[in-house]
Design a protein around this ligand. Sequence first.
Ligand code: FEO
Length: 135
Amino acid sequence: MSVFNWKEDYSVSVPSIDAQHKKLIGYINQLYDSMKIGNGNKAIAEVLEGLTLYTVIHFHAEEQLMIQFKYYNYPSHKKQHEDLIKRVDDFKKQFTQENHKIIFELAEFLKKWLINHIAVTDKVLGKYLQAKGVI
Ligand code: FEO
């Protein structure tokens, strides 16, 4: 059973962005699952790499839409993305130096970050894009 479930509440009204958020939630659940079944460092590192890569892809996709549609809040939204990537990099360094306990912390951090970011920042962007006709 997933620890982190998608809810309609998380929708930002732009299906392509919702699909990407669902995929990110899937990666976060994979991290929880890896810990639950006691996977080794190598397997966890692979999930972590997938999640990190997909986060960059997702942020890039959102940022391209912001540029294309001249989003007024682009700089501060992009800054939130950059800060998150920096935090994840810091976690990853600790993971290689320490071990598993940091992964639980990372999964919890990402879960809270994503919920808050979607609920506020991405929803504002979603409304803007929807008004511009992006579906
Ligand atoms: Fe969905 Fe702004 O990240």
